[in-house]
Design a binder for this molecule. Structure first.
Ligand SMILES: NC(=O)c1ccc[n+]([C@@H]2O[C@H](COP(=O)([O-])OP(=O)(O)OC[C@H]3O[C@@H](n4cnc5c(N)ncnc54)[C@H](O)[C@@H]3O)[C@@H](O)[C@H]2O)c1
Length: 248
């Protein structure tokens, strides 16, 4: 796949799926802006990409904060040019019984996982509308497809991501911009390892259809496809990448 001449932003790219995606897009020629709350991790990711011969810049960005997002888009635009690809990947997970959920925690998860779609996507759409070309790929979750106990808030936020994807896809389809989402299912990242099932990843993997957990690179490959020219007639789609754990 070639992304020569394209500028991509990948959020949450200091770790896991975002890191693999940033490396994949850069390997295939994109100039990549690495955004993350984790400033040192973002800088290290950009260093890795540059050492491998790619082009990357790093910014500390909270994706739920419009002021930070707008400033980072400006920086990417100035250094690399118009933004053509946005991967809305940053997210936080939460396992908690519904009756123990408080409003502050609910608002925080919705803000990072769902409001980020508003502020990040609005910030790059002017470039895409002007170019009459754009790719927005949102990372949702299989928990929004299947439901998942102890994850009502997280699943609600990711269900919102899927619905947002479908709605925006229709709104911008005639402008050459596609909007799709990829729901990971059981991908071996620091997020999964830090979750309540983190201590039994190998057992759960052994019981799954492919007898392994997903790899961040599995997700990156699907995201890269949706970002490519070849995927130009695909929009509003949910591309499940879960090793057969769930079929939709
Ligand atoms: N790993 C899985 O099995 C799995 C399953 C379903 C969905 N997901 C989703 O995939 C995406 C990536 O998850 P991952 O497993 O790679 O997790 P991860 O924790 O390894 O990486 C997430 C990154 O997002 C960053 N981040 C968190 N809040 C942020 C904010 N407000 N602003 C900017 N950056 C922020 C973190 O610092 C981290 O570097 C998330 O949206 C997650 O919900 C993952």
């Amino acid at each position: 796949m070639s992304f020569d001449g394209k500028v991509a932003i990948v959020t949450g790219a200091a770790s896991g799926i975002g890191l693999a995606t940033a490396k994949r897009l850069a390997r295939d020629g994109a100039r990549v802006a690495i955004w993350d709350l984790n400033e040192a991790g973002a800088a290290a990711a950009a260093d890795d990409i540059r050492q491998a011969g790619g082009q990357a810049i790093a910014s500390r960005v909270d994706v739920s904060r419009r002021d930070q997002v707008d400033a980072a888009v400006q920086q990417a635009h100035t250094q690399f040019g118009a933004i053509g690809i946005l991967v809305n990947n940053a997210g936080i997970t939460l396992f908690r019984s519904f009756m123990e959920m408080d409003e502050e925690t609910w608002d925080k998860v919705i803000s990072v996982n769902l409001k980020s779609m508003l502020v990040c996507t609005q910030a790059v759409l002017p470039d895409m509308l002007q170019a009459k070309w754009g790719r927005v790929i949102n990372v949702s979750s299989s928990s929004a497809q299947t439901g998942s106990a102890q994850m009502s808030c997280y699943a609600a936020s990711k269900g919102g991501v899927i619905a947002f994807t479908k709605a925006l896809a229709q709104e911008v389809a005639s402008s050459g911009i596609t909007v799709n989402n990829v729901p990971p299912g059981f991908v071996d990242t620091p997020m999964l390892r830090g979750s309540p099932i983190g201590s039994v990843v190998d057992q759960v993997a052994a019981a799954s259809p492919m007898k392994r957990a997903g790899r961040p690179e599995d997700m990156a490959a699907a995201i890269a496809f949706l970002a490519s020219e070849d995927a130009g007639y695909i929009t509003g789609h949910t591309l499940s990448v879960n090793g057969g754990r769930y079929s939709n």
